[in-house]
Design a binder for this molecule. Sequence first.
Ligand code: C5P
Length: 307
Amino acid sequence: MNTELLRADCPAKINLALRILGRREDGYHELQTLYQAIDLWDRLDLRPSRGLSLTCNDPRLPTDGSNLVLRAAELLCRRHGRPGCGAEFRLEKAIPVQGGLGGGSSNAAGALMLCARSWELELKHEELLELATELGSDVPFFLRGGRALGSGRGERLAPWPPGELHLLLGFPPFGIATREVYHRLASRLTPHRNDVSVPLLSAHKWPQENDFGFMANDLEAVVFDGWPELESFRDALRTAGARKALLSGSGSAVYGIFDGPDEVERALDGLRRCFARWQLCPSRTIDGGIRLHVVGAASEDHRAPGA
Ligand code: C5P
């Protein structure tokens, strides 16, 4: 067993496009999405320990076995672990909860990678992918991050050429549960709607030609109906100079793409006045996903038995 103190920087994501192709027999929705990792991070620390435990700076988050961090560690331990596997996790949240930014999924991917390293499991990427898929539709994306086309539930990934984008993210003072949004959507879907195909998205030259035309989120209509303030914010981003503004995933975060950091700053000034209760956050796209670091050596009493 490894005795290092390890850290995973876990990025958020946005969806540059999210097209719903239909409802599946297992209750999930068949979709096609363009994931993009962004410069907004949670920090997950692992200290070797005898059992599994989690503490978090955000008191609203559960720290029991329902948290994806512990579910990820338990799953890995059950499938690939050996006696003595344990981890004491500390999670520092910066990614808003229920924001459609994949924070929980990113934490789960971080926990898998931390534990695999701490427990010296030498897993193949495919083995991690399989566990990530069991944990949630967005979890596999965070293992590699960057920009990727997701299909199926979102778990089947194909890399996509990167490109830098300057972003302004807005979070209203409430989150939205993904399950609730899909539930509302299900009642509206026509049975064989299939208006977007892999070749269609893949054919786009974006962003080289600054063609934001393909960017659409099929969840916007249902979310904007339920939470109209989000639509007002999307429109305000456009008025403030965004080349494109879109709901991320199932919300509640809404983002705009701007020509550069100066344009983002200018938009911030105006938006702060009109959306005083919103949290506004400049950001940008990044390459890669979870970043692992060694941050120190654990003291003797934290070592797992047999370490
Ligand atoms: O996969 P994950 O657990 O993150 O999904 C959360 C919820 O979102 C699911 O329970 C389901 O209701 C909905 N969902 C869906 N189709 C997808 C992804 C998520 O219906 N492709």
